[in-house]
Each structure stands twice: as C-alpha cells, then as structure tokens.
Design a protein around this ligand. Sequence first.
Ligand code: PEP
Ligand code: MN
Length: 281
Amino acid sequence: MAAPRELLKDALPLVTGDAGLESTVIEARGRRIGGTYFGLVAGPCAVETLEQTLETARAVAEAGATMLRGGAYKPRTSPYSFQGLGSEGLAILREAREETGLPIVTELLDPRDLEEVAETADVIQIGARNMHNSRLLTEVGRVDRPVLIKRGPGASVDELLLAAESVAKEGNERIVLCERGIKTFEPRTRYTLDLGSVALLKRETHLPVIVDPSHAAGRRDLVPALARAAAAVGADGVLVEVHPRPEEALSDGPQQLRAEEFAAVAEEIAAVARLLGKQIG
Ligand code: PEP
Ligand code: MN
C-alpha cells in the first residue's frame, strides 16, 4: 500500500513544495530550464566519432537546441554492445561545446569517474538504471553541477522524488527530473511514456521536469507526437536523441531523429511552449 501523502511530504522537505507551472530555474552556461524557460536538449544517444558528434551538434544548435546531449559512458543491457568512448568521448563533447557554445549533458555511470565527467559535463545525467544508486546520488549531491535524474522504468514518482531528495540533501539543489517511459504490459512501444506523472510532478515539486520521448517510444516515428504532448502537458523541456545517420548508430538507432526531423519538431515544440507562456531557454 502506498505511504500516506503527509509522511512522504515529511521525507521530501527539499524537493516538494507548492508547485504550479512555475518551477525553480536551473542554469548552465547561460541556458535555462524551468520557470518560464523551456529546455530543448538534443544530441546523439552516444558519442561515436568526432565527425558524428560535431555534425549533430551543429545541426541541433542550428535548429534551436539549448543543450547538447551525448553519452561517453554508456549503460548497456548487453556487455557485448558498444560501451561508449569514455574519456575520448568527453574530449569530443568539449570540442562540440567549443564550436557551438551549447552546454553539455552527459551521463555519469560510476562514482570513480565523477571528477573526470564533471570537468566536461555542464549537467550530469544520472540514467534510469542508476536512479536507485544511492552512493552515486550522494556523490553528485556534493558537486557544483546541475544533475539530471532520469526516472527508472520501474520507479514510482515518489521514488524519483526520493532520488532527487538524496541529491539535494548533500547540498546540490540544482536538479532536473526526467520522465523517459516506464514498463507496462504494452509491447508495441519500448516503454510507456507516463505523461500523467509529469502533470503530477508539476504539482508536487518545484524542480523542473523534462520528458524524453525517444527512449519512451523506441521508434522515431512516434517521437514528434510525444514531444509535442510533453510540451502541452506542462513539461519544462524535452530531451531528444538525434543522429545524422541513425541507420549507422552504435546504439538506439531506431529511435534517433535525423537532423531535419529534429528541426521540424523543435519548431512545433517551441510553438506549444509559447502557447503556455514559456520561452526557449
Ligand atoms: C540515455 O539517455 O542515453 C539513456 C541511456 O537513457 P535511460 O537512462 O533513460 O535509459
Ligand atoms: Mn539512448
């Protein structure tokens, strides 16, 4: 049985509060997510080569993205899949930032890599698989970098809020939450995008809440519709995977948008966000 609301509120002193559409604003290199600022985070699933990353970074910057995402350390279900370029991938992300000015969002998998990842990341991503890793949450709670926490596919809203509280408790309250789909009985999409929980989170927490339609859908044809819906439900941003040649991608090829597809949907998302009184951050 679910714990009574009052008990949970007591357990979440830092991340809950009277939330409406307005939320805390998180800033990285002058780009903002939260409050009236809508974040457009875009980029490849994984950093594969310098050329692929720069090509994507230029394209998403041109299309109005506010931050560049890309995994250097990749959590993979199979140990035989591409695991990411690691340090070399971080260096490529720095080049992409140098050229486009976009802040970098990249995932931290292991506390042992924290110092290295924090040197490059403007926003540290904690992936869905690691949302329950309390040691990792404690560590990122002690660094001076915004943290983006992705909801685990089997995690409840309260568990996500408790993960955020674990970071905030260590002193770092620059946190963005991300809904990226949960496991349900429905096999036709990779996960089920839980927009109801986004609406709920917007009422329960002052932290910005963004939506990742790419991992939720698992297929590119559904991404634009889900991204528009995310903006309409009141999310503070979206995180979208983009690859110049998705058919050659080393991970998550089927769900990555081509650059021109991202440009088209970015315009639509911005229009929906403006309708709700927001501006692109
Ligand atoms: C990702 O953002 O590339 C990723 C691995 O996502 P998730 O942690 O949501 O599966
Ligand atoms: Mn991915």
